[in-house]
Design a protein around this ligand. Structure first.
Ligand code: KIV
Ligand code: ZN
Length: 561
């Protein structure tokens, strides 16, 4: 008995040993054609109504797509009416060409010509299925029968075009698709395409679009690229054709198939935004375009308003863009992992300090701002996050540049808080944690009052004296110390009241602006019995900030934090 997987027939790749596409690099955007309003729309549970189609159409125009397949007007009255509205209400910009799909059948072709009458620029896209399997199980015909269907459709389309152009002056172009091309013997595909080019009277000045669909993706992307290169090489009338591709995503590799097929000679790409379309969808034009963008190639499409485009898409299709969707998903510019956060942090610093004109941040293939994602946190904190992440949040969101020595310790507190909460924690919570832990530690010691004096000695040397009263549980201690600066003086004063176990390890400070005021923040690291203890002080006066920091460090130690 056969095992279940053995009932599948493997794809038989063509033998193209001297293929050239693997050495090609895409350096120019292809011609883009959106099939959202046709292939995408026909795959929706609830196809778009007029208002939604118009909204989607306008969005495609804003993105910069110049060829838009608007529907299948001979297939339904709704489609017909929508197309008429677009034309009659002058909703189609002059530099945009609308495309309409029709089967290679006479009455449908005639109806399609009625539907497009009066539009300025039109592509009449006709198709019939050519694959081995469809010929066998659907049409019960041989290849010649399939060629005859395509050729007579082409002749009729040419005739109707001549009449309509003479009457209206419209600009009508042609597109032919041997539907299920990738399942067609490749020589048969070449043959039918050449016959259609001839029947349409195409020429290098008046090219026909030959669209070679990967109607159902049944093999690895390289095999599709081989098929495209093969057809490009073998077509008798290659110079009278624009080679277009129309990849579907059944194996989840439509983007790869598209890119390899463009390397193999395709000049035009049909697809949809976010990959909507029959079954697993069409190739995602946005994804392919942004891939080009990330390589420094102008995709000639504008996705700088990604969230707006996504909103329109979600509203019109009733589908959701996945959180991990390339370039558009909610989480794709977010790092939770500690090492990623650390690298992003360093990359951001590197870009700032080096003044590089290139985008050089690890884990972020593009600048989120280029797709309008500038105001959301890249680094988010959960239990997977590391020391760099918490420090990054403190820096980016609150202006605190924590000294390196503090990162690991504070990161561990943040991690413990995430574990305890069992969820991601927000930037404000990170800040609150920092404040509670290092700044707002007022027990057991309070500084009740103090004064700092400066004295200039005979040799011009400055001596600072600190005098103050330290209180612990109602008991007052007077402290008095001298030093070469306020910190030194305060610290020496503490020694006089038995704070001998402490030594000074490190000190960092910087300014932060807090609303209208500029404040100083001081990070103090003391050592007590060989153990490091940090405290942080903030004040408008830098000396006071440091004194507060020292006291916080001592209080943290004394209260066994
Ligand atoms: O997927 C397909 O083959 C099609 C054709 C009609 C071009 O959508
Ligand atoms: Zn399709």
């Amino acid at each position: 008995m056969k095992k279940s997987f053995e009932k599948y027939i493997p794809f038989n790749p063509i033998a193209l040993m001297d293929r050239t596409w693997p050495n090609k690099v895409i350096q120019k955007a292809p011609i883009w054609c959106s099939v959202d309003l046709r292939d995408g729309n026909q795959a929706l549970v609830n196809p778009m109504n007029l208002e939604e189609k118009v909204l989607f159409f306008n969005t495609l125009v804003e993105v910069g797509i110049k060829e838009i397949e608007v529907g299948f007007p001979s297939a339904s009255e709704t489609e017909y009416e929508i197309l008429r509205t677009l034309i009659d209400e002058n909703l189609i910009p002059d530099d945009v060409t609308i495309q309409v799909l029709v089967q290679a059948r006479e009455h449908l072709i005639r109806k399609t010509f009625d539907a497009v009458k009066g539009a300025k620029n039109v592509i009449v896209h006709f198709y019939n299925s050519t694959s081995t399997l469809q010929r066998k199980v659907v049409f019960d015909t041989d290849m010649q029968g399939v060629i005859d269907i395509a050729v007579s459709a082409a002749k009729l389309i040419r005739e109707l075009t001549d009449e309509m152009v003479a009457e209206t002056g419209m600009n009508i172009r042609y597109e032919y698709s041997p539907e299920s091309f990738s399942g067609t013997e490749v020589d048969n595909a070449v043959e039918i395409c050449d016959r259609v080019v001839e029947a349409l009277g195409a020429s290098p000045e008046n090219k026909v679009i030959l669209n070679l669909p990967n109607t159902v993706e049944v093999s690895t992307p390289n095999t599709y690229a081989d098929q495209i290169e093969y057809v490009c090489r073998r077509l008798k009338h290659r110079d009278s054709a624009i080679i277009s591709i129309h990849p579907h995503n059944d194996r989840g590799t439509a983007t790869a198939a598209t890119e390899l097929a463009v390397m193999a000679g395709a000049e035009r790409v049909e697809g949809t935004l976010f990959g909507n379309g029959e079954r697993t969808g069409n190739t995602d034009i946005m994804n392919v375009a942004m891939n080009l963008y990330s390589q420094g190639v102008d995709p000639e499409l504008d996705f700088s308003q990604m969230n707006k485009i996504k909103d329109v898409y979600e509203r019109c299709t009733n589908m959701k863009v996945h959180e991990r969707h390339p370039y558009a998903g909610e989480l794709v510019f977010t790092a939770f992992s500690g090492s990623h956060q650390d690298a992003i942090n360093k990359g951001t610093q590197y870009m700032k300090n080096s003044g590089t004109q290139y985008w050089e941040i690890p884990y972020l293939p593009i600048d989120p701002a280029d797709v309008g994602r500038e105001y959301e946190p890249i680094i988010r904190i959960n239990s997977q996050s590391g020391k760099g992440g918490a420090a990054f949040i403190m820096q980016q969101n609150f202006g605190y540049t924590l000294p390196k020595e503090m990162h690991a310790e504070f990161g561990a507190y943040v991690k413990a808080a995430c574990d305890k909460a069992g969820r991601e924690i927000a930037p404000q919570e990170v800040y609150d944690l920092f404040k509670d832990e290092y700044m707002d530690v007022y027990e057991p010691y309070h500084l009740l009052k103090y004064k700092i004096f400066e004295e200039r000695e005979d040799d011009n040397h400055v001596v600072v004296e600190f005098k103050g009263i330290l209180e612990k549980h109602g008991l007052m201690k007077e402290i008095d110390g001298k030093g070469n600066g306020p910190i030194d003086a305060f610290f020496n004063g503490l020694r006089t009241v038995n704070f001998d176990g402490y030594s000074f390890k490190s000190y960092n400070e910087h300014a932060i602006s807090d609303g209208a005021d500029s404040q100083a923040v001081s990070y103090i690291q003391l050592i007590h019995n060989g153990k490091s203890v940090f405290g942080v002080g903030v004040d408008s006066n830098i000396s006071v900030a440091s004194i507060k920091g020292i006291l916080c460090a001592i209080n943290r130690q004394e209260s066994n934090r």
